[in-house]
Design a protein around this ligand. Structure first.
Ligand code: VTB
Length: 321
């Protein structure tokens, strides 16, 4: 993919943040999501790609825009697109940390078409690449990651969704002495943070959304991190979807390269609320300031983009209020 597209994709995640960010803490998660979708969708059409949404807002009958299979872009290179206009709608609705607008792009066929079901995940940064094993115990993974990172387990910070289903892994982490951060929503952001020096996040573990898993894998692939995952179907229909994808053995382990194939992936995210690396967006009279990251696997470049938007002028065409 042409490297100049990277900046175009940041404009897309910025648009989602700009459109939805005003609804911070208003309890309106669906409205915020709708605005973010709208911002993303309209900005995509200014980008010179022929994109197909492979991970989006749902199936065609569930979502009016950015549905799976939708074609977006102004025409150009054929690419597959994974989007989450707001990763963590509850976080925006409650004004809590960790919400991002996020996307990943790869040449056609480069992203696993992960259906909307649960996925068990373990994510680490580049300094722990090559040692994780989703089939080993949490304790064993912590031991290996600590050793590879040349630190004690007590110097590792592990992030997981605060859910009853994580009771056992939480206990194991606590018994092993790791530091733990429980989040209410949004496991893509901490997975991305694992790959960035200075985030203070060393591992993300637990079961979350499969589509979110592909976005996390794209970020980690770009930064040289590592990830293993497993689809967790709960219904017959979900089992059928796994079979359709060629996954017959439900214990099948997906590596980071199964989740994101090839050597040409771009990942972009804009913070809507505060993260450990990305700063929350801010509004001022007539404008807003956003903080984004864009990464390319091909070169490994990670670019932070701090943008001041004159909403009353530049973005009139986006109809941002
Ligand atoms: C997961 C996680 C997402 O929603 O899908 C979660 O991956 C839903 O989990 O990042 P539950 O069904 O346990 O609520 C997110 O947190 C997005 O909000």
């Amino acid at each position: 993919m042409d490297r100049t597209l990277a900046l175009e994709f940041v404009r897309v995640t910025e648009a989602a943040a700009l459109k939805s960010g005003r609804l911070l803490g208003r309890g309106l998660k669906d409205e915020a999501d709708g605005l973010a979708v709208d911002g993303m969708r309209s900005t995509f059409d200014t980008v010179p790609i022929s994109g197909t949404v492979v991970i989006g807002e749902g199936e065609i009958d569930e979502a009016p825009m950015l549905y799976i299979g939708e074609e977006v872009g102004a025409g150009g290179e054929p690419v597959d697109i994974a989007v989450d206009p707001i990763e963590g709608t509850n976080l925006i609705a409650k004004g809590q940390n960790g919400a991002i607008a996020v996307l990943a792009i790869a040449p056609r066929g480069g992203l696993l078409h992960a259906p909307d079901m649960y996925m068990q995940k373990i994510c680490v940064g580049p300094r722990a690449k090559g040692v994780i094993d989703i089939n080993a115990s949490v304790t064993e993974n912590l031991r290996r990651v600590a050793e590879k990172m040349e630190r004690g387990i007590s110097d590792l910070t592990v992030v997981m969704l605060d859910r009853p289903r994580h009771k056992d892994i939480m206990k194991e982490c606590r018994d092993a002495g790791a530091r733990i951060r429980l989040i209410t929503d949004g496991d893509v952001n901490p997975a991305m943070e694992c790959g960035l020096e200075g985030s203070g996040v060393h591992m993300v573990i637990g079961t979350g959304g499969a589509p979110e898993g592909v976005l996390a894998a794209a970020a980690l692939k770009c930064t040289g991190g590592d990830m293993q995952a497993r689809l967790i179907p709960h219904t017959d229909e979900e089992v059928r979807r796994c079979h359709e994808m060629g996954i017959r053995d439900l214990n099948h382990v997906l590596t980071i390269d199964d989740l994101v194939h090839g050597d040409d992936t771009i990942f972009a995210a804009t913070a809507i609320t505060q993260g450990n690396i990305l700063r929350e967006m801010k509004f001022f009279p007539g404008g807003a300031r956003t903080h984004s990251v864009v990464m390319r696997y091909k070169t490994g470049t990670v670019r932070f983009v701090d943008t001041i938007h004159k909403l009353d002028r530049k973005l009139k065409s986006m109809k941002v209020k």
